[in-house]
Each structure stands twice: as structure tokens, then as C-alpha cells.
Design a protein around this ligand. Structure first.
Ligand code: ZN
Length: 879
């Protein structure tokens, strides 16, 4: 078999498993160099399958023993083809006993059983379980697990696995054991074990049904002062799932464990969630407001998976969004409900829209574009994407928009009623929504099958005589790999009409008044006209309110209309959106001016609009902050016909410094008005004030003004949000104090890995940081490419977050990228493949730049020993 042509797996080829597994008994004799894994599976032939052989998957395993119904199998009794083992002609009832040996300390992929800082952890999603033992490692095989862990007691005093601890005790030679039983059926990807020297914060918590459960947050000893917020977030999550969805915790014990080496954010293993430290550890000294919000969201996310993912799981990995899109939607709603106010909710919604545009729209327009439910993949790890997660969440949100909150809840109830303890598909979810509401959602399926970001073009016509207002919507969707032509989507477009005073006009359709001033239009055809009557004045339409669908809205707004919406729209998302449109049109004009060597000017109209929102005390600080944030360089690049990264950077910097100069006095006033003295609290109001204040500081720094304010804040700050923002302003403002501040910061936080990540990330994305500087930082004693957080903080921050330098015209950034992708690929293909995607959008650059990017991609592609992960990404980029 050639290894350089990886196999593509197709959704249409799905076959049910030949055998079902009833019980799994696992024994782990843990040793970093040589761990013995014993497995005993009771299996029965699956009546739903026509296949006659047992199929097991295995990674790099040393097979020591294999017995079927007590009889040792020899090499003639089974065949191994790559990672697949076939045992033909097996009886209907099988007891399979397998013994393998693995070496966790050599596992740098962090997939399967591995060692991090001397402790053992597992990561099994999606296909990591097979790196420990041969197993039908697919999510539609759900079994009951009993796990025996044995390890040195001194080194690994804590032994954890899924479910309940049923037995523990001493063994000879200073070893001990613990036996765990998970009462629920689960797929292998939800298995986990931890053997470690850790301590925990724990608490008994009473569920709505009166049961008491044990909650634990496990961390290394020095981090016990950073577990409060994760624990609080866990309790809030449990409560919220009970109250909003009627879903209860089904275990007696729920554990969160933090690990410093982790490929992703966190993992929802049944009863034993394993987290990247980044999403557990926080106290005011080391964590920013954004970190706190991240912890709340991710703790919620993993907890909510217990129902959406674990109790009801995925039939196959093509259905990944069934659990991820739904669970992201749930964590988004959780975060919004935790803030509680309408304006707070709106800001969380705006943040979601920003992520979608910043990351998902580009993905959907690039070589890795795929539907929310992909049709094929080479390496499933490459499909844990913003499309599956964030666009998937938007798709779930659209059900709620179309069916209403109550209708959506009915659909959720029916989904659990039908599918508890089953492995199901996105179609099953859609069917539950349709059936619970008596709705036809057949066309809605296209959101799962068609890739690409739809464009909704709006045209309007006001008839002053008939007092009617017509909105004509037409939809199209660009071609994506393998999908040249698209069928119309079922798109909910929420609209409102603003009068001249900025008020919402009442809506009348077919002579009937609509109960609300926002109406959801259902666009299902390529082109449709919607008519409102009794519109007494020519309105300004507020289209796609609350970002009711993941589409690009194309409407020829005038500046006056946008300013009207920016000042008055009752829909906060569209209010923000109007400001973004005003900023974007100017940024594109300025970018063009830079490219063509023209003069740069920013009009007073725009500055005054910004000033007005800055000073509007009726608005929450958090909203004012997002309203004043300019579209990112990535976003400007996406809107440009041909990407000129340096011009984009200069244009945006010009605009930022113009805002700093022209609003100087007001910015200073807002800095003073938004101080948050007293004890730190991460709540939305206080965080909003800090956010606005620190954005003001950043605008001043962009104009190289009042750097003394940043300096003072850096020295006096009592929380990481203020301290790190001040440091950022000093570095970006090129203050003479920047170096000193960076040194002080490093020394103050040398022992705090997550803070040192920030220190690297800030420097990597600083405008002055070029490849040479990054290489220098790689030599720093604190840099370690094997630690994913550290690699992300330096390499990814530079390649993805500093386009003007990364895309340097001499190609030095791409040469660096080539080196790092190849170096990472030898250690950790999953992380390498993510870095590989930094060149996804290469076709949008100027021809000479394209050549440099293509040759970098080709260089990676030509490397003989590539993982499937990186191979798939670069092959698709070059296709
Ligand atoms: Zn998830």
C-alpha cells in the first residue's frame, strides 16, 4: 500500500457495524515507557448487518495476545490491513480478549494515551481509542465500560475514569489500583482515564430532582487557587440545563480535569471532562475577562454534551455537527442567559457574528469548504472546523427562529424521547423538529448538504401613494469544491422598518398587523417579493435582524441610511452592523488609496458617528466597545478584490490613528469614566467597562498619544485584563517603555504558563514583529513547540494574526511556515494541519504573491513523510 495516497472516506458508504459490543472490560497497567492494555469485549452479531466478520481498528500497537472465546488466535485466523483487522467467520456470540503494549511517553500526538508533565491522560475523540487497543472504534458502537487502573501510588496518587468509582486498594511494589464503572452505554471516543498527581476542589451539589452529586475540578497543586470560576460555571451549567431544557445530570459524580498539553479546547468524556488548562484556570491576577468568558462557555459546552453528544450520539463522523453545532448553540444561549440583559445578549450575538465572518466565511469560500455535514474526508480531525461548529450552531439557531422558542423546545423534547442512548444523524434531528411542530422542513436539509455562504440580495420599493413597501429578496450561493450548482436554501430573514425618527414602524401584511415590529420572512425560492401595507412614510429597512441566517446580505444602503440605523435601530445587532458597514466601505477605499499611492483622508461624518456612539451613555459600555471596533484585517482582505496585506494594514492603522487623534479628548474622558475600582469581578457590566476603556487606550496608542496612561495602568493594574491591555498598548504604540514592560511582565509571570502564552502571542502579532523576531522568540527558553498552547501562541499568532508581516513580499513568512508545518507534523499532525491552513486563501493575492504561496504549499506537499492530516490540507489547497 502506498502511504502517500491517503484514502477518502465517503458518507454514502456508511454500513452498520457487523458486531455490537455489549460490555468492555479494560485493564491498564500504567507505565510511561510500557503500558499494558488488556481488553475483554463481549460482542454479538448485529442483525442489521450483512457482514460476517469482526472489524477492529488499531493504531501503532504491539499486539501481545488475541483470544476469541478462549482460543488464542494465530496470524492465520485474522488479517491486518493498515489500521484495520478482520476476523472472518466469527460466531454470533463472541468474547474477545486482547492484550497490547503501548508507550505513552513517546506519544507526542496527544491522541490516545499520553504523558503530560509526568501525568497520564487520554484523548479519544475522534479515533484515539484505537491507539490503545484494537476495537470497533466507531461512534455507533455503544457499550458498557468497566475499567481497572493500576499505577505507582507515589507518582500517580489519583486514578480516574468514567462513571463511578467502585473499588480501590493497594498492590505490591508500591502500586495501587482503582476500578471504575460507567453505568451508561457510550461510544469509545467518550472513554477517558487520568492517572496523575493532582488535587481537586470539590463540592456536593443538589440537583432539581433532589439528588446530591459530587462535583470535582482537578488541577496541579499550584493551581488550586484558580478553580473557583470553573466550579461556579459548572454549577451554573447544571442549573441552566435543568431550567431551560429539563435535562438533568445522570451521574452521581462529575469531574473536570485540567491538562497543560491538549490539542483542542476540552473534551466531553462521560463524567470525566478533560480540559485544556486555558479553559479551567483563572484568577484575577492571571486571567482576562475574555479568559473568564471562555471558561464559562467551554465548561458549559462540555457539560451540555452530556445530553447532546453523549446520551444521544453520532452515528458516524459525518454527523459531527449533530452534536457540535447543537452544543455550540446551547453554550451560546447559556452565555447569553448568564448575562441576562437584552443588551448583554446582543453583545454575545455580535461576538458570534464576528467569529463567523472572521473564520467561517473564509473557510466556506476556500479550498477546505465543506457542508455542515461533510460528504467525505481523508482525516476526520481536519473536520473539527468553524463550519461544523459555528455554522452548525447557526443552522440550529435557524430552527429556533423558524419554529419559535417553544416550538424548538418541543423538537428537542421529541429528539431525546426518540433517540436516548442511540447513535443518530442530522436527519433524525431535523425530523424531530419537523414532527414536533407539524412542519415541512425538507428544504431545510440543504443547510446540511450544500457548502458555501449564501448571498441574499435585497431590493426595496416604496410606493408613497399606496403606502406600501416591497422587499424583494433573491438568493445565490457561490460554487464550492465538488458543488458547482446550488439549490435555494430555506432562509429566515428577520426584518423591521425604521421611521424617520428612528422608531420601529408597525408592520402590516395582507391587511393584518403583525404582532411585533420584527417579522421573519421565509425566503425559500431563488427570488421572492414581500409586501408591507400601511407604511405611512418611506422607511429605512433593518434587514437580517439579529443575524437571522448565516448569509451575506447585499443591499445598497446609503451612508445616511446606515447612520440612521447606527443611531437608532432597536435591533442591536443591526445597529452594530450599520457601523461596520460604514467602517468597511471606508477601509476598502483607504486600502485602495494606499495601494495606488493616493492620499488618505477620513471623513468627518464617520468620525462624528464614532464620537456619538462613544459618548452615548444610554448604551452599555460593552456595546459601545464592539460598535467602535473596526473590521479586522482578515475581514478587509475577504472583502478586497485582490488582497494587499500591507496596504490593508496601513489603511486600518491610519483609520485607528485618525480615531485616536480626532477623538483624543473623548477617549481620555471615557478612560476615566470607565474605571472599575474595588474588587475584580468578571461580570458583563464590569468587563464591558474595562473593554471600552482599554479600546480607548488602544486608539490613543495607535495615534502614539498619551502613552503615559498605558504606562501608569500597566504599573498599577490589579487584574490581568488591565495589565495585559496596557502592555498591548505600550507594544503597539511603540512606547520606549515597551521593552521594560515586556521584561517585567515576563518575570512577574514566569511560572504561569497561560500568561507566558499571552506574552508570546502579543509579540508575535505586534506590527513590528517580523520573521527574524519570531525566530528569535523561538530560541527563548520558554518556547516549546511540543506544547500546543505555546505553539499556537507564537507560530499561529504570527502566521494567522500578523498578516502584514507574515505576507512579507520577500516570502520569508512562507518559508518559515513551511519549516514549522513540517517540524510540527513530525510531532503532532493535528496541530500541524491547523497551521497548514494559514495559506488556504492564497488564490486571492496578487500574482507574484500567489506564486510564493503556491511554492510554499508545493514544498510541503513534496515532503515524503507527511501525515494524512497535513496531506489533505495542502492537497486541497493546491487542487
Ligand atoms: Zn463540542
Amino acid at each position: 500500500m502506498r502511504t502517500d495516497i491517503p484514502q477518502t472516506i465517503y458518507r454514502k458508504d456508511y454500513l452498520p457495524p457487523a458486531y455490537l459490543v455489549e460490555t468492555v472490560e479494560l485493564g491498564f497497567d500504567l507505565d510511561p515507557a510500557r503500558t499494558i492494555v488488556a481488553s475483554r469485549l463481549t460482542m454479538t452479531r448485529n442483525p442489521a448487518s450483512k457482514q460476517k466478520h469482526i472489524e477492529l481498528y488499531g493504531g501503532e500497537l504491539e499486539l501481545v495476545a488475541l483470544r476469541l472465546n478462549g482460543r488464542a488466535l494465530t496470524r492465520r485466523d485474522y488479517e491486518i490491513n493498515g489500521h484495520l483487522m478482520r476476523i472472518p467467520n466469527a460466531p454470533d456470540e463472541v468474547v474477545l480478549e486482547i492484550e497490547t503494549i503501548i508507550s505513552p511517553e513517546k506519544n507526542t500526538t496527544l491522541n490516545g494515551l499520553y504523558v503530560s508533565n509526568g501525568n497520564f491522560f487520554t484523548q479519544c475523540e475522534a479515533e484515539g481509542f484505537r491507539n490503545m487497543t484494537w476495537f470497533p472504534d466507531r461512534p455507533d458502537v455503544m457499550a458498557r465500560y468497566t475499567v481497572m487502573l493500576r499505577a505507582d501510588k507515589q507518582k500517580y496518587p489519583v486514578l480516574l475514569s468514567n462513571g463511578n468509582l467502585v473499588e480501590e486498594g493497594e498492590l505490591p511494589d508500591g502500586r495501587h489500583y482503582a476500578k471504575w464503572e460507567d453505568p451508561f452505554k457510550k461510544p469509545s471516543y467518550l472513554f477517558a482515564l487520568v492517572a496523575a498527581r493532582l488535587v481537586c476542589q470539590e463540592e456536593t451539589f443538589r440537583l432539581a430532582d433532589g439528588r446530591d452529586v459530587l462535583l470535582q475540578v482537578w488541577v496541579e497543586e499550584g493551581n488550586l487557587d484558580k478553580t473557583d470560576y470553573a466550579m461556579q460555571s459548572l454549577k451554573n451549567s447544571i442549573r441552566w440545563d435543568e431550567e431551560r431544557w429539563g435535562l438533568e445530570l445522570d451521574l452521581d459524580r462529575f469531574m473536570i480535569v485540567a491538562v497543560g498539553d491538549f490539542n483542542m479546547g476540552a473534551m466531553e468524556n462521560k463524567g470525566l471532562n478533560i480540559f485544556n488548562t486555558k479553559f479551567v484556570l483563572a484568577n484575577p491576577r492571571v486571567a482576562t475577562d475574555i479568559d473568564y468568558a471562555g471558561i464559562e462557555a467551554v465548561v458549559g459546552h462540555e457539560y451540555f454534551h452530556n445530553w447532546t453528544g453523549n446520551r444521544v450520539t453520532c452515528r458516524d463522523w459525518f454527523q459531527l455537527s449533530l452534536k457540535e453545532g447543537l452544543t455550540v448553540f446551547r453554550d451560546q444561549e447559556f452565555s447569553a442567559d448568564m448575562i441576562g440583559t437584552d443588551s448583554g445578549r446582543a453583545v454575545t450575538r455580535i461576538d458570534q457574528v464576528r467569529t463567523l465572518r472572521q473564520a467561517q466565511f473564509p473557510e466556506d469560500a476556500g479550498p477546505m469548504s465543506h457542508p455542515v455535514r461533510p460528504d467525505s474526508f481523508v482525516e476526520i480531525n481536519n473536520f473539527y472546523t468553524v463550519t461544523v461548529y459555528e455554522k452548525g450552531a447557526e443552522v440550529v439557531r435557524m430552527y429556533q427562529t423558524l419554529l419559535g422558542r417553544e416550538g424548538f423546545r418541543k423538537g428537542m423534547d421529541l429528539y431525546f424521547q426518540r433517540h436516548d442512548e442511540q447513535a443518530v444523524t442530522c436527519d433524525d434531528f431535523r425530523a424531530a423538529m419537523a414532527d414536533a411542530n407539524g412542519r415541512d422542513l425538507a428544504q431545510f436539509e440543504r443547510w446540511y448538504s450544500q457548502a458555501g455562504t449564501p448571498v441574499v440580495k435585497a431590493e426595496t420599493r416604496y410606493d408613497p401613494v399606496k403606502k406600501s413597501f416591497e422587499i424583494t429578496l433573491s438568493q445565490s450561493c457561490p460554487a464550492t469544491p465538488g458543488q458547482p450548482k446550488k439549490q435555494p436554501f430555506h432562509i429566515p430573514v428577520a426584518v423591521g422598518l425604521l421611521g424617520a425618527k428612528g422608531n420601529d414602524l408597525p408592520l402590516t401584511v395582507n391587511g393584518k398587523t403583525v404582532g411585533s415590529t420584527t417579522m421573519v420572512l421565509e425566503l425559500t425560492k431563488a427570488r421572492q417579493t414581500f409586501k408591507f401595507d400601511g407604511v405611512l412614510e418611506e422607511p429605512v429597512p433593518s434587514l437580517l435582524r439579529d443575524f437571522s441566517a448565516p448569509v451575506v446580505l447585499d443591499y445598497a444602503y446609503t451612508d445616511d441610511q446606515l447612520i440612521h440605523l447606527f443611531n437608532h435601530d432597536s435591533d442591536a445587532v443591526n445597529r452594530w452592523e450599520a457601523g461596520q458597514r460604514l467602517a468597511m466601505s471606508r477601509l476598502l477605499r483607504l486600502t485602495k488609496a494606499v495601494s495606488e499611492g493616493g492620499t488618505l483622508v477620513l471623513d468627518e461624518t464617520f468620525i462624528e458617528a464614532m464620537r456619538k456612539v462613544l459618548l452615548d451613555e444610554s448604551l452599555d459600555a460593552a456595546f459601545r466597545e464592539v460598535a467602535l471596533l473596526l473590521p479586522s484585517e482578515t475581514l478587509i482582505a475577504e472583502q478586497s478584490e485582490v488582497v494587499d496585506p500591507q496596504a490593508i494594514h496601513m489603511a486600518r492603522q491610519f483609520m485607528r490613528s485618525a480615531i485616536g487623534r480626532k477623538l483624543q479628548k473623548d477617549l481620555i474622558a471615557q478612560i476615566n469614566a470607565n474605571q472599575t475600582p474595588g474588587e475584580y469581578s468578571p461580570d458583563a457590566i464590569a468587563a464591558g467597562k474595562r473593554g471600552l476603556k482599554n479600546l480607548c487606550l488602544a486608539y490613543l496608542a495607535a495615534a502614539f498619544l498619551n502613552l503615559d496612561l498605558a504606562e501608569r495602568q500597566f504599573d498599577k493594574a490589579t487584574n490581568m485584563t488591565d495589565r495585559f491591555s496596557a502592555l498591548t498598548s505600550l507594544v503597539h504604540g511603540e512606547s520606549s517603555e515597551a521593552e521594560r514592560a515586556l521584561d517585567t511582565f515576563y518575570k512577574d509571570f514566569e511560572g504561569e504558563a497561560l500568561v507566558i502564552d499571552k506574552w508570546f502571542a502579543l509579540q508575535a502579532s505586534a506590527p513590528r514583529t517580523d520573521v527574524h523576531k519570531v525566530r528569535e522568540l523561538m530560541q527563548h527558553k520558554a518556547f516549546n513547540i511540543r506544547n500546543p498552547n505555546r505553539a499556537r501562541s507564537l507560530l499561529f499568532s504570527f502566521c494567522n494574526g500578523n498578516p502584514a508581516q507574515f505576507d512579507a513580499p520577500d516570502g520569508s513568512g512562507y518559508a518559515f511556515w513551511t519549516e514549522q508545518v513540517l517540524a510540527l507534523d513530525k510531532l503532532n499532525p493535528q496541530v500541524a494541519a491547523r497551521l497548514a491552513r494559514a495559506l488556504d486563501r492564497w488564490r486571492r493575492y496578487m500574482p507574484e504573491q500567489q506564486d510564493r504561496m503556491r511554492s510554499a504549499l508545493e514544498q510541503v506537499s513534496a515532503s515524503g513523510k507527511l501525515s494524512n492530516d497535513v496531506r489533505e490540507v495542502v492537497t486541497k489547497a493546491l487542487a
